[in-house]
Design a binder for this molecule. Structure first.
Ligand code: ZN
Ligand code: ZN
Length: 285
C-alpha cells in the first residue's frame, strides 16, 4: 500500500489541477493521496469528483503558521471543512489585507500621525486596501514627501515602526482549531533548514503536549541525519512519523510517491480523525 500524504494542486501553488493530480497519483501507483493545498480546501470537490477507482483521497490543507518569528507549515487532515472557527482562520491567512491595514493605521496613530481608517479607505477606492494606500495617506498628510519615503524602517517597511506582518496562525492555535474541527495535525518538514530558521525541539515538545499528532520525517528537504534525529524525537515524544512527496507538479522536482507513509501510521490518522472520512475512488464522474 503506497500512501502519499502531502500534495499540492492549482488550488494553491501546484501546477496540476485537482482532477489532474488525482489521475496522476493513480498513474503513479498510489493507493492513498492527501490533497493539502496552502490554507484552502477549495480543490477538494474537484479532486473527489475525478477520483479514479483504486485511489483513496484524504482531504486536508497545509496551514501557514508562525511561532516566535519562525514560519512553519502545519498539515491538517480529515477536518470538517465547514467548521466556522478553522474556516475563518484559513480565510484570514489567505486575505488579511483589511485587518493588516487597520493595524498599520493604529500603529501610526500611536506614533502621533493623524491618519484615519476612513482616509485610507477613500484612497483605496474600489481597489483592495493595502500598504501602498496607507503610504499614500502619509504623503497626503505631509508626513513623508513621496510614497517610497514611507517604505522605510521609520514607517511601513518590513519590520518598520508602523509595519504589521502578514497574518500567520500560531501553531498551538492551529492544533487546537484543527482538533476542534475533528482533524489531525502533522508538523510539515520541521527540519527544512534551507527554508530559514526552524522551530526548536523544545517547542515541538510543547506542541506534542498541546495535541500535535505527528511530524513529517521523510521529506526531500531533510537529509539522512535530519531524518534520524527527527525519528528519535518522534519516538521520545510519542508522535506519529509520516513521509510524503510535497508534490507541486512541474514547480518542483519531486515526483508523486517519492516518499510515503507507513500504512499503520495512516490507519492511526484515520482512527483519530472525526471531522471527515477518506474518500474511496469509484472511477470518477
Ligand atoms: Zn510546506
Ligand atoms: Zn507543501
Amino acid at each position: 500500500m503506497r500512501i502519499d500524504l502531502h500534495c499540492h494542486s492549482t488550488a494553491s501553488d501546484g501546477t496540476d489541477t485537482p482532477a489532474e493530480l488525482v489521475r496522476n497519483a493513480a498513474a503513479a501507483g498510489l493507493d492513498v493521496m492527501a490533497l493539502t493545498d496552502h490554507d484552502t480546501t477549495r480543490g477538494h470537490a474537484e479532486a473527489i469528483g475525478a477520483l479514479p477507482a483504486g485511489l483513496t483521497l484524504v482531504t486536508g490543507a497545509e496551514l501557514s503558521c508562525r511561532v516566535d518569528g519562525v514560519s512553519l507549515h502545519m498539515l491538517a487532515y480529515l477536518f470538517d471543512p465547514e467548521e466556522p472557527a478553522l474556516l475563518a482562520e484559513r480565510e484570514l491567512v489567505r486575505d488579511d489585507r483589511v485587518p493588516r491595514a487597520r493595524g498599520m493605521v493604529a500603529r501610526l496613530q500611536e506614533l502621533g500621525v493623524p491618519v484615519t481608517w476612513e482616509q485610507v479607505e477613500r484612497i483605496a477606492g474600489d481597489g483592495s486596501v493595502g500598504r501602498p494606500h496607507v503610504a499614500t495617506a502619509l504623503v497626503e498628510l505631509g508626513v513623508v514627501p513621496t510614497v517610497s519615503d514611507a517604505f522605510t524602517q521609520d514607517w511601513l517597511a518590513d519590520g518598520g515602526r508602523a509595519h504589521v506582518a502578514k497574518h500567520e496562525t500560531d501553531p498551538f492555535e492551529a492544533i487546537r482549531l484543527v482538533k476542534g474541527a475533528g482533524g489531525v495535525t502533522v508538523f510539515a518538514h520541521p527540519g527544512a533548514s534551507k527554508r530559514g530558521r526552524t522551530v526548536p525541539e523544545a517547542v515541538i515538545a510543547e506542541m506534542a503536549t498541546a495535541g500535535l499528532d505527528g511530524i513529517e520525517v521523510d521529506h526531500m528537504d531533510h537529509d539522512e541525519a535530519t531524518r534520524a534525529r527527527l525519528r528519535g524525537l518522534a519516538a521520545d515524544l510519542g508522535l506519529l512519523v509520516t513521509g510524503s512527496s510535497d508534490y507541486h507538479g512541474s514547480r518542483k522536482t519531486c515526483v508523486l510517491g517519492e516518499y510515503t507513509t507507513d500504512p499503520e501510521v495512516y490507519g492511526e490518522i484515520t482512527r483519530r480523525a472525526t471531522g471527515a472520512f477518506p474518500v474511496p475512488g469509484t472511477g470518477g464522474a
